[in-house]
Ligand binder design. Sequence first.
Ligand code: ZN
Length: 116
Amino acid sequence: MSIVSCQACGKKISDKAIICEHCGYRRGEVTAEKWAVMQQRKLRDEIYRWNMASYAVITLFVAGFGWYWWASDGYAQATSAGPFYVMVAAALGYAVVRVFLYQARRKLKQMRQTAS
Ligand SMILES: [Zn+2]
C-alpha cells in the first residue's frame, strides 16, 4: 500500500482507496484495473475448483468401474445396474465439468487479452 494524491482535490489518499475520503472522487481508472484483477483472481479460483471437480468425477468413475470389476468377479458374472449408473453419472458429470472449465478458461483468456 502506498500514498498517492487524489486526482480531483490533490490530498493524500491510499492507492487502495476506491473513493477519495476527502472529496468523494471516484478513482475510476484504478477501480477498473482493480476490478479486472479481482475478476481474474475469481476466475482462477473458479478454474481451480472445476479442476478439483473433474478429479472428483474421474475418481467416481474409477470407483464405479472398481465396483463393476469387484461385483462381476473379474468380468466373470453379470452385475446389477448400480456400477453402470455410477459410471454413466460420472461420465455425464465430467462432461458438464469440462464445459464449465472451458467457459471459465475462455473468459480468463479474453480478460487477459483485453487487459494487455
Ligand atoms: Zn479527493
